[in-house]
Ligand binder design. Structure first.
Ligand code: 13P
Length: 336
């Protein structure tokens, strides 16, 4: 078993999942302003440190994705943030893309940037304690999109990124996110996501990426958020499993879904059904941002000094997600 495979399995095994706390300062500022909390670096640290020192870090969270600002910060205990995360048994990770820009040649679409100077930045992050990384490609759906150009160029970037990350002995999270925005059907999402994932693996293989040492972070197969053709959670699970079984090579150790704008409960229920019906060899878990943090953030905004209260809300959500990652969640547990 390679070292990279061991890291991936340590992050994903036993119902553990990933806390995606890698919102850029711009995104975090929007989240904090929405709840009327000033977005200072102290407040961003306070909220994140509150999560990273909660009890569920030991039992539920296998890895935490950080943003550049956070990986360099020091917690109130004088531990660095990566040390704080490691002390609970979780692995620190880092978002290394530098965000999305308009895709030249298809200006309605986006391309993710950050390859220039990446090798040097990776070495720095490794010294800070990171052992895995994230890069997100984003695709919108309509009858014209995603275009072949967007599918090919994002897959190429994800593969170049992954090869560099493995060269630096870290596990790349490969995140091709087909967005939920729009009025497309779940079948459209299935078709486009299949095409996107298939191309990503073609490029990963071309760049000699060791597939046993990556984590795939895809979207679930959902109808567009403006679609009237609603499908059930059972159908979401069925289509998601079919898409991954058909397009992901079997030596990939695990899949950690993004929540992508689903509510906390939807993201938990869908993951639970995916695991109850999992007919693949892949570990299926979560790498949630909003679906792990939303309630905790809301509570915290009204009780900024109440660390324990905030942690209680976060622990509950993490526990529910970890049960779902084992197919053991039920809606009654939400109110217990
Ligand atoms: P969401 O779960 O909020 O979609 O965030 C996950 C993530 O890391 C997006 O890149």
């Amino acid at each position: 078993m390679s070292e990279l495979n061991k890291i991936a399995l340590k992050i994903l095994s036993n119902g553990k999942g990933i806390l995606a706390a890698d919102e850029s300062t711009g995104t975090m500022t929007k989240r904090l302003e929405a709840i009327k909390v000033p977005s200072s670096s102290e407040n961003r640290l306070l909220f994140r440190e509150t999560l990273f020192s909660s009890a569920s870090m030991k039992t539920c969270i296998g890895g935490v994705i950080l943003y550049d600002e956070t990986i360099k910060q020091t917690a109130s205990s004088n531990k660095t943030i990566p040390e704080l995360i490691s002390s609970s048994g979780a692995i620190p990770g880092i978002k290394v893309d530098t965000g999305v820009k308009v895709l030249a040649g298809s200006p309605q679409e986006k391309i993710t940037e950050g390859l220039d100077g990446l090798r040097e930045r990776l070495k720095e992050y490794y010294k800070h304690g990171a052992r895995f990384t994230k890069w997100r490609g984003v695709y919108n759906i309509s009858n014209r999109y995603p275009s072949k150009l967007s599918i090919n160029s994002n897959a190429h970037a994800l593969a170049r990124y992954s090869a560099l990350v493995q060269e630096c002995e870290m596990v790349p999270i490969v995140e091709p996110e087909v967005l939920m925005d729009g009025n497309h059907t779940a079948q459209d999402c299935f078709n486009k996501t299949s095409e996107v994932i298939k191309k990503c693996f073609e490029e990963l293989l071309l760049h000699n990426v060791d597939l046993t040492g990556i984590i795939l972070k895809p979207n679930m197969i959902l109808q567009g958020n403006k679609s009237e053709n609603k499908i059930s959670s059972e159908e979401v699970a069925k289509l998601t499993l079919k898409c991954l079984k058909e397009n992901v090579p079997s030596n990939v150790p695990g899949i950690a879904f993004l929540s992508g704008g689903q509510t906390e409960i939807q993201a938990t229920e869908n993951l639970n059904l995916i695991n109850r019906n999992n007919n693949t060899n892949f570990i299926m878990t979560y790498s949630y941002g909003r679906a792990l943090q939303q309630s905790a953030l809301k509570f915290w905004s009204k009780n900024i000094k109440d660390i324990q209260g905030t942690q209680k809300v976060f622990n509950h959500r993490a526990n529910m997600c970890t049960l779902a990652a084992q197919g053991k969640w039920s809606s009654e547990l939400e109110t217990k």
